[in-house]
Design a protein. Sequence first.
Length: 564
Amino acid sequence: MASSSPDVTQDFVRSIVREDLSNNKNGGKVITRFPPEPNGYLHIGHAKSAQLNFGLAAEYGGRCHLRFDDTNPDKESVEYAESIIRDLRWLGWDWGDYLFYASDYFDQLHDYAVQLIKAGKAYVDDLSADEVRDYRGTLTQAGRESPYRHRPIEENLQLFEGMRAGEYEEGSRVLRAKIDMSSGNINMRDPVLYRIMKTSHHRTGDKWCIYPMYDFAHGQSDSLESVTHSICTMEYEDHRPLYDWFLDELGIYHSQQIEFARLNLSNTVLSKRRLLSLVETGDVSGWDDPRMPTLAGMRRRGYTPEAIRSFCERIGVAKRVTTVDIAHLEHCVREDLNERAQRAMAVLRPLKVIIDNYPEGQTEDLEAVNNPEDEGMGTRRVPFSRMLYVERDDFREHPPRNFYRLAPGSEVRLRYGYFITCTSVVKDPATGEITELHCTYDPATKGGHAPDGRRVRGTIHWVSAGHALPATVRLYDHLFTVEKPDEMGADFRDALNSKSLETLRGCQVEPSLASAELGAIYQFERLGYYCVDAVDSKPDALVFNRAVSLRDTWARIERSQESG
């Protein structure tokens, strides 16, 4: 199948970097950074940003820093920081010795704030948070100057020192930049630089009771690390003049900020605030719930880092915000797993089959291919016996037209096994439910081929009832029923898919899976790709999560586009 992947060397960010290198800007250096806030787990949108930042550095012989923007201790934790490091390493990224935190620079940022106060460019404001918002104005109405804007420099220095010493209550005072309350860019209307927060920080403890705002820490941190290309998402484009103002007034090195469109993915939300709310309300089991768009959830579900990186490459980098169909991500997962996943047979909704003419007590091992895409993965042996399980959906007592699976009087091929013919049906006399099938087999068709050349149109999978292992299987669907739940605002939870998780117990899997490792991924033949759950699965109680089905919606879309 032809790929619709864009040429990653042609995106506008790389064009800028190549031009800078050709002009020997920054001495020919490329230094990027990935700056997550440790206030939640990374999701697929962060993977796109990480791939761009780390990928650029790798492509052009530079380096990428990992820097935690840990300026809000109310929402940050060691758990989140550790999860971010774990997820980035899982994706394959390495920052070497270049691990930083905004909190590393708290002393320097404080000194920068004092420098601005001394230059008459910052002041302590006593307005409340609501008053600050009111005075700031709107997009169509200019702001008003605070009555505290013209405090003398010495008074501002004393008050700011009092803020640092913990002399004032939270919310009673802030430090603001003195820029332009009539600016058309609302970010330039005397933004807050520091606020009082009497909260212990997960790295600095109780050393500070004032913390810099993200906008004040961001550009200066890039400058202190000599970042050459500060790549961020489009919502920060309007913040760039503010970052430049800080750097100009402080007289320090400018990083070049480049904005790109963030990832929006259909049928999910990529706001950490909303993802956290799903965790807190119990709508999902945690940040690593396999339905979540977090990297931890995707890893647990069976997505591979290679598939995620392939997806990030294929969607490309642009300035225009679009929503990517989640089927595109699933296609990348399916394409990757098709190459690497070992095959196995599993029956999710078992129906007993007794082969009447097969010798009682006899068992034979049949040869099964581990992966037809990779001969090097070899073969395995699967046991065959008189009593089997097949999928309940693979039998119809009264089959519709073009039903080529098992039915009374019909002959089908058992995968890797024999031709069998259904001869009778046994039902529960109380409910009428079919409880078992009786069949006969043709001993001459071992391996699925008839020596007389006759053909059958249906092939079904199976497991030997006396050898199969019981398992629990979780089937996942999209977390939301609508394409763009974010557009529902605060009511986004109303679009949660009540059928996003179906748990099947009493499933039966082939005995080779007794040695399956946690996190191992298999293709259950004819069913899809399944991962051994790394949290709940035990050797005597196997649990599998479905990563993706075998059906490929995106591949059909691509073929349709190509033929059109």
